[in-house]
Design a protein around this ligand. Structure first.
Ligand SMILES: NC(=O)c1ccc[n+]([C@@H]2O[C@H](COP(=O)([O-])OP(=O)(O)OC[C@H]3O[C@@H](n4cnc5c(N)ncnc54)[C@H](O)[C@@H]3O)[C@@H](O)[C@H]2O)c1
Length: 266
């Protein structure tokens, strides 16, 4: 997709990675709507980026809020060509037994339900038009689990799985789906997450956060080329290979002797 003059909606764009995505599309001449639960954050990024971007208050967990945002973006720019479901939260690094049910439900509501709602609201008209693109923000933790980060890891695996399945579903209609897998990137979330870490780890990480604009530019390229995976921090590859090799190594004989599976899509 050529993104110039296209209408782009970025959730959680009031800072960090979403702001980087919004800025990168605005640089390319797209019409950008930045939404955030914190309307002031969204307005501040619109003031910083300029280039005709607009700011909207938005709770991605709420269907009513999505409907209001869709109507406002369409009134300002016309139909949405690209949705970036980027809003997300993390939880403190803690043993799973110390995470409350409310915390678990909240991380799932924003990171998974929010993405589901954003995809579902726009996919019908994208299919009808035979064009459009959806970018969902997962995480390196959407492929590489992290101990003491189980709920967040679960939410980001869910985003990756949902997006990959949706890509298969939408390809025949000319609609693309991409998954952004960021590693450590400068944002309010990542800076706050560091507060929980021991000082020696903080020192090691200091200065090793990627700047969000570079993730944004990677997202633009992926949309232009209709790529599934957006890998911004490739130095995680050895860890991912080790995880996959451990999985492959456990593919031995079927539990029922001589059993052969039939996949639905085969
Ligand atoms: N920063 C990193 O290192 C990193 C790494 C991997 C993945 N991610 C993912 O990137 C995405 C962006 O995170 P970030 O690091 O830029 O953090 P961030 O906190 O700067 O941005 C997230 C934004 O989402 C907004 N938000 C929270 N709840 C919302 C809701 N219900 N509705 C709408 N907006 C809401 C927040 O106000 C915030 O501005 C998240 O999905 C996060 O999980 C970040």
């Amino acid at each position: 997709m050529n993104v110039t003059n296209k209408v782009i909606l970025v959730t959680g764009g009031g800072g960090g990675i979403g702001a980087g995505i919004a800025e990168a599309f605005a640089e390319k001449g797209a019409k950008v709507a930045i939404t955030d639960i914190n309307g002031d954050y969204a307005k501040a990024e619109v003031a910083r980026i300029g280039l005709g971007a607009i700011a909207l208050q938005h709770d991605v967990t709420s269907p009513e809020s999505w409907a209001a945002v869709k109507a406002a973006v369409e009134a300002a720019f016309g139909p949405v060509d690209l949705v970036c479901n980027n809003a997300g939260i993390s939880l403190p690094f803690k043993p799973m037994e110390e995470i409350t049910l409310e915390q678990f439900d909240r991380v799932m509501a924003i990171n998974v339900r929010g993405v589901f709602l954003g995809c579902q609201l726009f996919m019908g008209e994208m299919k009808a038009r035979g064009s459009g693109h959806i970018v969902n923000t997962s995480s390196v933790n959407g492929q590489l689990p992290h101990g003491t980060f189980a709920s967040y890891t679960a939410s980001k695996f869910a985003v990756a799985g949902m997006s990959e399945a949706l890509r298969q579903e939408l390809a025949q209609f000319g609609v693309g789906v991409s998954i952004l897998y960021p590693g450590l990137t400068r944002s309010r979330m990542s800076e706050a997450q560091m507060d929980d870490l021991p000082q020696e780890i903080k020192d090691a990480i200091a200065g090793k956060m990627m700047e969000p604009i570079w993730l944004g530019r990677a997202v633009v390229r992926a949309v232009e080329e209709n790529r599934l995976h957006i890998i911004t921090h490739p130095d995680h590859l050895p860890a991912l290979k080790a995880r996959m090799e451990a999985l492959y190594a456990d593919f031995g004989e079927p539990a029922q002797p001589d059993f052969v599976s039939q996949r639905i899509s085969d």
